[in-house]
Design a binder for this molecule. Structure first.
Ligand SMILES: NC(=O)c1ccc[n+]([C@@H]2O[C@H](COP(=O)([O-])OP(=O)(O)OC[C@H]3O[C@@H](n4cnc5c(N)ncnc54)[C@H](OP(=O)(O)O)[C@@H]3O)[C@@H](O)[C@H]2O)c1
Length: 236
């Protein structure tokens, strides 16, 4: 059932980790949230759990590496709920922890760029026309300190390159969309206790959701977007 008046948000990788925490918070703030999920069963479980709390949440199959899946998820969300206001580009993989740039594994590099950079780019490109219809949009790209130019180092090479690219894309899109009512921002959540971080931190996904949710609900005026907003201290 659709929320009668709510803003509509799509969260990629919304079935677990930070994506689920952000989705929950947006729904608690009154949005109708669509969880974009690779695995339909995982999506249905998350959707039902949030539905039991009285929140307006759906799940939709979404593989960000598949252009057809991206197009379907955005079109179906906008068609069934009447609009698309917020996109959280959260889905990502970290498959190259010990990798070095001088001995590249191009299969892992391709998989990382396809998910972490091109996946977010595909979703943004699909979402912008829907947002333009209402002259309102908030796109939040979940980046990482590992992609920051001021923190560039070795290891995690394709993850770093993909997140640095995502930061650049954020600034380019934000500049392109000035005056449209669509704000584009990137935020690094800091090392957070999800499957991606192997339990190496106590920071909860709920804590890490604060800034993404803030950026997803920025009021009009006061910002043109494109900030590369970094939490500190952070090491990822
Ligand atoms: N955790 C940290 O310490 C940390 C630090 C800095 C930045 N980040 C960023 O925070 C974001 C969330 O990460 P997380 O820590 O929550 O990681 P996570 O627990 O590993 O969750 C990743 C999510 O992305 C989804 N995903 C992966 N590939 C996908 C694809 N091709 N299509 C659609 N969904 C896909 C996963 O779906 P499945 O369940 O199907 O695998 C899962 O829902 C990422 O952008 C990550 O780079 C995390």
């Amino acid at each position: 059932m659709a929320h009668p008046t709510a803003r509509v948000a799509l969260v990629s990788g919304g079935n677990r980790g930070l994506g689920l925490a952000i989705a929950t918070r947006l729904a608690e703030q009154g949005m109708h949230v669509v969880l974009g999920v690779r695995d339909r069963l995982a999506g249905r479980e998350a959707e039902e759990a949030l539905g039991r709390k009285g929140l307006f949440v759906d799940s939709h199959q979404l593989d960000v590496t598949d252009p057809a899946s991206v197009a379907r998820a955005v079109a179906d969300a906008a068609a069934s709920l009447g609009r698309l206001d917020v996109l959280i580009n959260n889905a990502a993989v970290a498959v190259d922890r010990g990798q070095v740039a001088s001995a590249p594994d191009f299969e892992r590099i391709r998989a990382t760029l396809d998910t972490n950079l091109l996946g977010a780019w595909r979703l943004a490109a699909a979402a912008v026309p829907e947002m333009r219809k209402n002259g309102y949009g908030r796109i939040v790209n979940i980046t990482s300190h590992l992609g920051s130019q001021s923190n560039m180092g070795t290891g995690n090479v394709s993850y770093r390159v993909a997140k640095a690219g995502l930061n650049a894309l954020t600034q380019i899109l934000a500049a392109e969309l000035v005056g449209t009512g669509i704000l584009v921002n990137a935020v690094s959540p800091g090392r957070t206790n999800t499957r991606m971080a192997y339990g190496e931190t106590d920071r909860t996904p709920e804590e890490a959701a604060d800034t993404p949710v803030w950026l997803a609900t920025l009021p009009d005026g006061g910002s043109t977007g494109g900030l590369f907003y970094e939490r500190k201290p952070l090491d990822w």
